[in-house]
Design a protein around this ligand. Structure first.
Ligand SMILES: C[S@@+](CC[C@H](N)C(=O)[O-])C[C@H]1O[C@@H](n2cnc3c(N)ncnc32)[C@H](O)[C@@H]1O
Length: 359
C-alpha cells in the first residue's frame, strides 16, 4: 500500500498532488465565484448608485437602501476588499475608480455584465450541462425557460436590456480588431453595409465613421432597436448614414452590398446558420460580400478560450464555436463561396469573407 509520504518519489509527489489540487481549485474558481456574487449583490441592491455623490456610513447606506444594518456593513466591507469601494477612517464607504464602472450611467458601465453573468437565467442554464452532454439537443436555456434566450429577452424587456448591455461590452475592445481586419479591404465597392443582429451598432457605426461614403443598416429584434439612447449612431455622429431597422434574420434582411454577421452564427446550430445565410442570400445582389466575424476553433482544438466558449454556447444556446472549415461548409450549403479569412491578434477574432457561389 502506498501513501503520499511513503511513495518512492516522496516529497515531490506531495508537491505534485498539492499542485494538482490547487489546479482543480483554480479551475473551480470559487474565489472568483464569490467575488462575482458580492459584486452582484452590491449592484442589485443599488450600492454603487447611492454612493455616487459622497461617502456614507454603513448605517446610512442600510437606512437608504432598506437593508439589515449588520449585514449591509459586511457587504460593504467585502466590496471594499474587492477594491470597488474605498473605506474612510471614520468607517464611511466611497466609490473607488473601479467601482464607478458599476454605476448604470457611467459611459463604460459594466453593470449589465454583472447583472447578466450572475443572473438566475444564465446560471440556471449552465446547471444543465451534464444533462445536455448526456442527451444532446435542447439547450440549458430552453430546458429552463422553454424558449431561446433571444425570445426570452424579447418577452422580458428588463432582462433583455441587461442581456443586450452585456453583449455590447466586448465590442469596446473587439471593434478595433474588426477595423484592423478591414484595413486592407477596398470599401469603395460597397455603398450599403448591413449589420445583421448588429446590436447597438458599435461595429457598424465605427466603420461608417471611418468610410465617409458608406451608408449602413442595423437589423435587429425590437428589444434592441427600441432602445435608442443606447444606439451608437448618435454617439458617433453618423445618424444621417445609419438606419436601425426591426427585423428577424430568419425571415428577411434589407438588400445591401455587404453584410456583417458578427458573433451571430456561433449562437445557433448548423441548420439555423444555414437559414440565416440563406435569408441573406435571398436579399443580396450578385456582387455582394458577407463577412462572418467569429473566433475560430483551431484545427487541433487547442485553445482554452474557444473550447470554453464552445461549451458555453452548447449550454446556453445548443450552439457551437466552429473551425474555419466548418464555417466554409455552412456557407457552401447556403450558396456562398469562401474568399478569404483575415485573422487578428493571435486568433482572437477572424473575419471570413464570402461571395455568392454562382455570381
Ligand atoms: C452575441 S450577440 C452579437 C451582437 C452583435 N453582432 C455584436 O457583435 O455585438 C447575438 C445577437 O443576435 C441577435 N439575434 C438573435 N436572434 C435574432 C434574429 N432572429 N434577428 C436578428 N437578430 C437576432 C441577438 O439579439 C443578439 O444581440
Amino acid at each position: 500500500m502506498s501513501n503520499k509520504s511513503s511513495s518512492s518519489d516522496g516529497a515531490s509527489n506531495i508537491d505534485t498532488s498539492g499542485e494538482r489540487a490547487a489546479k482543480v481549485g483554480e479551475l473551480l474558481g470559487m474565489r472568483e465565484f464569490w467575488s462575482g456574487q458580492i459584486l452582484h449583490a452590491g449592484v442589485k441592491l443599488g450600492v454603487f448608485e447611492l454612493l455616487s455623490d459622497a461617502p456614507l456610513a454603513a448605517d446610512a447606506v442600510a437606512d437608504e437602501l432598506g437593508l439589515e444594518p449588520a449585514y449591509c456593513y459586511r457587504l460593504l466591507r467585502a466590496l471594499a476588499s474587492l477594491e470597488v469601494l474605498e473605506t474612510h477612517d471614520d468607517r464611511r464607504f466611497a466609490l473607488s475608480a473601479v467601482g464607478e464602472l458599476l454605476q448604470a450611467d457611467h459611459p463604460d458601465s459594466l453593470r449589465d455584465d454583472v447583472l447578466f453573468w450572475r443572473s438566475p437565467e444564465y446560471l440556471r442554464s449552465a446547471l444543465h450541462l451534464p444533462a445536455i452532454i448526456s442527451e444532446g439537443g435542447t439547450s440549458g436555456f430552453a430546458r429552463e425557460f422553454g424558449c431561446t434566450i433571444f425570445e426570452y429577452a424579447e418577452q422580458n424587456r428588463a432582462f433583455g436590456a441587461v442581456f443586450n448591455g452585456s453583449q455590447a461590452t466586448p465590442s469596446q475592445w473587439m471593434t478595433p480588431l474588426v477595423l484592423g481586419a478591414f484595413d486592407a479591404y477596398e470599401f469603395g465597392r460597397v455603398s450599403h453595409l448591413c449589420d445583421v443582429g448588429g446590436g447597438h451598432g458599435h461595429t457598424l457605426c465605427h466603420l461608417l465613421a471611418e468610410h465617409a461614403h458608406l451608408e449602413g443598416t442595423v437589423v435587429h429584434l425590437p428589444n434592441v432597436i427600441d432602445t435608442e439612447p443606447d444606439h451608437w449612431a448618435g454617439r458617433l455622429g453618423v445618424t444621417d448614414w445609419c438606419q436601425y431597422v426591426v427585423g428577424d434574420m430568419f425571415q428577411t434582411v434589407p438588400r445591401a452590398d455587404a453584410y456583417l454577421l458578427k458573433f451571430i452564427l456561433h449562437d445557433w446550430p448548423d441548420s439555423e446558420c444555414i437559414e440565416v445565410l440563406s435569408t441573406v442570400r435571398e436579399a443580396a445582389p450578385k456582387h455582394c460580400r458577407v463577412f462572418v466575424i467569429e473566433r475560430l476553433v483551431p484545427e487541433d482544438g487547442r485553445s482554452l478560450a474557444v473550447t470554453r466558449a464552445d461549451i458555453e454556447m452548447m449550454a446556453v444556446n445548443d450552439a457551437r464555436e466552429r473551425t474555419e472549415a466548418a464555417y466554409q461548409s455552412l456557407a457552401e450549403q447556403a450558396g456562398w463561396e469562401f474568399v478569404q479569412t483575415r485573422t487578428q491578434q493571435d486568433e482572437t477574432l477572424s473575419v471570413i469573407e464570402l461571395r455568392m457561389a454562382d455570381a
